[in-house]
Design a protein around this ligand. Sequence first.
Ligand SMILES: Cc1cc2nc3c(=O)[nH]c(=O)nc-3n(C[C@H](O)[C@H](O)[C@H](O)COP(=O)(O)OP(=O)(O)OC[C@H]3O[C@@H](n4cnc5c(N)ncnc54)[C@H](O)[C@@H]3O)c2cc1C
Length: 418
Amino acid sequence: MKNWAGNLEYSTDRLYSANSLEQVRTYVRKQRHLKVLGSRHCFNNIADSTQNLLSLKSMDQVVALEPEARTVTVESGMTYGQLCPLLHAKGFALHNLASLPHISIAGACSTATHGSGEKNGNLSSAVSALEFVTPSGEVVKLSRQQDAESFLGAVVGLGSLGVITKVTLDIQPTFMMRQYVYENMPLAEMKNHFDAIQSSAYSVSLFTDWQNQRISEVWLKSRVEGGLAFEATPEFFGAKLASKNLHPIAELSAENCTEQLGVLGPWYERLPHFRMGFTPSAGKELQSEYFVPRQHAIEAILAVERLRDQVTPHLFISEIRAIAADNLWLSPCYQQPCITIHFTWKQDWPAVSKLLPIIEKELAPFDAVPHWGKLFTISPAVLKSRYKKLPDFIQLSKKYDPQGKFQNEFLRTNIFTS
Ligand SMILES: Cc1cc2nc3c(=O)[nH]c(=O)nc-3n(C[C@H](O)[C@H](O)[C@H](O)COP(=O)(O)OP(=O)(O)OC[C@H]3O[C@@H](n4cnc5c(N)ncnc54)[C@H](O)[C@@H]3O)c2cc1C
């Protein structure tokens, strides 16, 4: 059994699928060790187990939509792709989405998955309450309103506190969007106008292969409301407005990409880059991504650009995004806005594993941290030193899971072993 990208074979085939909270409780009580598998979109072994895997995929219903409270509560096997059209039909929206909608809500929020937009926190920042099952089968509920600190520790929980069975998310009135793509922005324009570019639309993504001193594509997603919609001029900081739909990798067909060219559409069909109904992205690939505090954005981007001749041969495409600060302990954006520098690699781990330490060394002066669900080689000691709330997180995890029932090699190495 493999992950989505096929680069990771899980260390056991023992997979139990639960259909109800009671089944989850009974199963958890019986096992000595287990991990929950979400939609398997992580590239590293964060979801792996050598003993037992638990799937909540069939627990995928909306439990409650509360217009007054502006929240929706879902079972944790649900994906964003399942939830979004239902929410829109009821007149509501989420604040943001990742590049593809096929990921589970619980898995995405457990790993601080993000979209883009300098005013938008990551997807975890929309979580307002969680229900999870602890090692003894007890059901715990934590909410932003009632459990202040422990809630902030639990949301980006890396699957280590318990089996999440329900997630409550903040919602807002539904909105429409337009997406425009521009081609070939000179790197100097990006450098000189980074803030203006980032603030020009609700969500901004910069794609580059690092060659020829340019950002190959700029994706601008703007909300259509209150007269604030982005005015699509033929040029945008030296880049030219595209005249057809594009894939982030310009040579690939755009048929699986969300509609561009300013065509009006609901938020959930514009915020992701890839459509729900199609196979996303480039297929066989690996991914790495580093979060850098916003104030170091330009320096960090230029540091990677200097590595272009080492990076490009192994790369499909890179993407640069902006994320607002939040208060979630293990979020890379804990109390600091960030930019992310993402790499979609060709599936050649021997080559990529040699490159990552070189990139990580260049980004070290900026205290970069990796995405929890993607490939990295930063040492556990360095990683831990970059999360100031880590000691509190360890304490919180141990409160709910004192015997480490939900720990695996990834968590022991990167979080729990001192
Ligand atoms: C093509 C592609 C595009 C991507 N785009 C983005 C992007 O735009 N932005 C971004 O930030 N990331 C992106 N990612 C990464 C992805 O969002 C994360 O890896 C996310 O964690 C995937 O969720 P999952 O459920 O598939 O993860 P899984 O690998 O199945 O699980 C992730 C973690 O969550 C835990 N978990 C899952 N469900 C539960 C539960 N019910 N209870 C307790 N723990 C649970 C697992 O144990 C594991 O630790 C992308 C990945 C792919 C393959």
